[in-house]
Design a protein around this ligand. Structure first.
Ligand code: ATP
Length: 325
């Protein structure tokens, strides 16, 4: 067992529901093991500025159900530079931290991996992003809550779409990955799902609209924001002149997908991973992410999580294809 007296915890990159549950679990597991915990505010920006605050068990009471992150989050350009990371490391040394837990996405883990390589400080990552695009874990914290928000919103759009026989393009989050669009689309019975992982979907979309023109029924087309064919607004503007018989509308779900109280699944995953992260530091792990694969907690090298692409599951693409008839 490693000698760990004091650790830091931070949230970085885009906020995700369940980050607070992870902060709580890290804090309480550390205290349970007689380790002091410092919260590092505003991600790597706070690490560079020395914005550290000691956390007691009571500081993390009543936060498991809250969205966002009590430690705030940030995107730090300075941390991308060796000078910025040097300043950050000096603060870690000043506060005598023996390890840190980083809750964030692939960008945050790239930074964490570099910090650990440069200065030898043990770092454990907890996957926290609504995008679910991290290799080494089946689900990231925040993804399930985000999906539930999408399902709730699209169900409501479906009611008005069907009342007016309208075609709705609904844009959901996912700059680089289509997980939210794919699972959100399947769950809401979307007629077409457009994601960056599948190419040339305009052909499929036009075929679908031609077919639908015969029955004049309403439809939902879910578009990931990073789709190759453009934004939902651009795609809708392209097809509207070709299908003037349709009343086409666009809804961009936007930041509501990030907020809200975390789902039960996200709270339990965050709790399990928070415990596992501190145990990994005690187990002398230096640069890993803790994830959940097939229900079991796993350790994955940080370098591997950031270098390996996690594709959307082929079987889900097949399900979406079969059910779209
Ligand atoms: P999300 O998936 O929700 O966007 P993320 O963790 O991927 O979360 P990013 O903005 O990509 O979010 O990264 C968060 C922070 O990690 C960056 O602002 C930067 O400080 C740090 N970071 C990202 N890439 C690097 C890098 N190559 N070198 C050093 N630091 C990095």
């Amino acid at each position: 067992m490693a000698k760990i007296n004091r650790i830091g915890v931070l949230t970085s990159g885009g906020d995700a529901p369940g980050m607070n549950a992870a902060i709580r679990a890290v804090t309480r597991t550390a205290i349970y093991n007689n380790i002091e915990v410092y919260g590092i505010n505003r991600g790597y920006e706070g690490m560079i500025e020395g914005d550290f605050v000691k956390l007691q068990s009571k500081d993390v009471s009543g936060i498991i159900q809250k969205g966002g992150t009590i430690l705030k989050t940030a995107r730090s350009a300075r941390f991308r530079t060796p000078e910025g990371r040097q300043e950050a490391y000096e603060n870690l040394t000043k506060f005598e931290l023996d390890g840190i837990v980083v809750i964030g996405g692939d960008g945050s883990f790239t930074g964490a991996s570099i910090l650990s390589q440069e200065f030898g400080i043990p770092v454990v990552g907890i996957p926290g992003t609504i995008d679910n695009d991290l290799y080494g874990t089946d689900y990231t914290i925040g993804y399930d809550t985000c999906l539930n928000t999408v399902v709730d919103a699209v169900d409501k759009i479906r009611d008005t779409a069907s009342s007016h026989n309208r075609i709705f393009f609904v844009e959901v989050m996912g700059r680089d990955a289509g997980f939210v669009a794919l699972e959100g689309g399947i769950a809401t019975g979307a007629e077409v799902i457009m994601i960056p992982e599948v190419k040339n979907q305009m052909v499929e979309l036009r075929q679908f609209l031609s077919e639908r023109a015969k029955s004049n029924r309403s439809s939902i087309i879910v578009v990931a924001e990073g789709d190759d064919e453009g934004s939902a607004i651009e795609i809708a503007a392209r097809v509207q002149p070709e299908f003037p018989q349709f009343d086409i509308r666009v809804t961009i779900l936007g930041h509501i997908q990030r907020g809200g109280s975390p789902s039960c699944y996200d709270r339990v995953s965050a709790s399990r991973l928070g415990v596992a992260a501190v145990e990994a530091l005690l187990d002398d792990q230096k640069s890993i992410m803790v994830g959940i694969v097939h229900g079991q907690v796993v350790h994955v090298p940080l370098s591997k999580t950031v270098k390996t692409h996690k594709g959307v599951p082929k079987n889900l693409l097949d399900v979406a294809h079969v059910l779209a008839i």
